[in-house]
Design a binder for this molecule. Structure first.
Ligand SMILES: [Zn+2]
Length: 63
């Protein structure tokens, strides 16, 4: 069982129960982690401020 990188609480997740792309939350500190790999289980911190994300999305609404 992996530990939370933030508070070292044991995360209650099983590699068999999650898959790549899943997001798990630490019950202790509330941090969220994305499962980036399951064999071995690997977690990446999910950043909470999406506001700086600048998506080059062009919407063509010309008609
Ligand atoms: Zn934690």
């Amino acid at each position: 069982m992996p530990n939370c990188p933030e508070c070292e609480n044991a995360l209650d997740i099983d590699a068999d129960e999650v898959e790549e792309g899943d997001v798990v939350a630490c019950e202790e500190c509330g941090s969220e982690f994305e499962v980036v790999g399951v064999d071995p289980l690997e977690l990446a911190r999910v950043e909470e401020d999406f506001e700086e994300e600048d998506e080059p999305f062009e919407e063509d609404e010309e008609e």
